[in-house]
Write a protein that binds this ligand. Structure first.
Ligand SMILES: *Cc1c(COP(=O)(O)O)cnc(C)c1O
Length: 353
């Protein structure tokens, strides 16, 4: 009998990644996420086809796992016993999970009081050493860069090229699923590592002759945290979409290169537009994402409303799971809850049947 096929980014995409015979082939089953066709928002977005790449289905609930598995494997190959990251939440959840699995210590630097509840719960559950810093993500990343330059601890933020290498595999999966690259790739932009990684993935796939074209990259920032749109860092970024609450993206030039080389755009969406898309995804598509992920769909809706949609086939990257941030969901909706006795008759009465 053949043994079961091992899953994960290193097993599936290893030949396109910077791994060697000495790289430990770790996995939590990341990657290979579903690509699901829109049933309702496609028409509202003025598209012929809209597909959702459900990166929320990764092991810790966000795309960060795709790059983290490569970064942690390479850190182990280099003999590291500890990893460190600055995080708005999802990087710390992912780093802490892979560190737990691999017996490493994980230090996470998070902006005090600004991390969604589900993400904190994950970092705690996986045994991360959590440092709440008095500052925002950008301050935390600066500190993490200095600390890891000085101490024997591997930095696993997306400034680590192994993170970008792992994350580009999502572009490969999209091309494999659709048979070619889409016309448009819509994606939220925070620290800008992911838009950089997708663009690299699409370019590599075309260079290898496995895709016949490149998508136009459509990046969306939150209006209160839109340094690339404004052309200058934002000192005090604010948005309900905490995963993209970043004022000085580390991969700024990667993002603008992706935009310009692809003939794409990077624009801002307001928190109201983000929450509208967040609600439409849940209520019309049955897909529960965290607010940052809804920025990709909010952006497509905005373009359609402004008469700028040009049809074609688009993929929106849904970067993180709605369970990450239950407080935003509870605050957003008036729940439809009726109290009733635990009997069929009582429930009939409560429903007015
Ligand atoms: C990290 C993250 C982003 C932003 O990705 P960048 O690579 O920082 O641009 C968007 N959405 C979610 C859910 C994230 O965790």
């Amino acid at each position: 009998m053949t043994p079961p096929r091992e899953r994960g980014v290193l097993h599936r995409w290893g030949e396109y990644l910077p791994i060697t015979p000495g790289t430990p082939m770790i996995s939590l089953g990341e990657g290979d996420t579903p690509l699901v066709r829109s049933v309702a928002l496609e028409a509202l977005c003025g598209l012929d086809e809209l597909w959702f790449k459900l990166e929320s289905c990764n092991p810790t609930g966000s795309f960060k796992d795709r790059g983290m598995v490569v970064a942690v494997a390479k850190a182990m190959e280099d003999g590291a016993k500890a990893v460190m990251c600055a995080s708005t939440g999802n990087t710390s959840a992912s780093a802490a999970a892979y560190a737990a699995r691999c017996g490493l210590t994980c230090f996470v630097l998070v902006p005090g009081g600004k991390v969604a509840a589900g993400k904190m719960a994950q970092a705690i559950a996986f045994g991360g050493r959590i440092l709440e810093v008095d500052g925002n993500f950008d301050d935390a990343l600066n500190a993490a860069r200095s600390l890891t330059a000085k101490h024997p601890v591997a930095l696993v933020n997306s400034v680590n090229p192994n993170r970008i290498a792992g994350q580009k595999t999502a572009a490969f999966e999209i091309c494999e699923s659709l048979g070619d690259a889409p016309d448009i790739l819509a994606i939220p932009v925070g620290n800008a590592g992911n838009i950089t990684a997708y663009w690299r993935g699409f370019c590599e796939w075309a260079e290898l002759g496995r895709a016949s074209r490149h998508p136009r990259m459509h990046g969306f920032q939150a209006a209160g945290a839109a340094p690339i749109v404004l052309g200058a860092p934002v000192a005090e970024p604010h948005t309900v979409a905490t995963a993209i609450r970043i004022g000085n993206p580390a991969s700024w030039t990667g993002a603008t290169a992706a935009r310009d080389e692809s003939g794409g755009l990077i624009e801002a969406v307001t928190d109201d537009q983000i929450l509208e898309a967040y609600e439409l995804l849940a209520r019309r598509e049955g897909i529960f994402v965290e607010p940052a992920s809804a920025a990709s769909v909010a952006g497509l809706l905005k373009l359609a409303r402004e008469g700028r949609a040009r049809g074609g086939r688009a993929v929106a990257v849904l970067t993180g799971n709605g369970l990450k941030d239950p407080d935003t969901a509870v605050a957003r909706y008036v729940p439809d809850i009726t109290r009733a006795p635990a009997t069929a008759e009582g429930i009939e009465r409560a429903l007015g049947w």
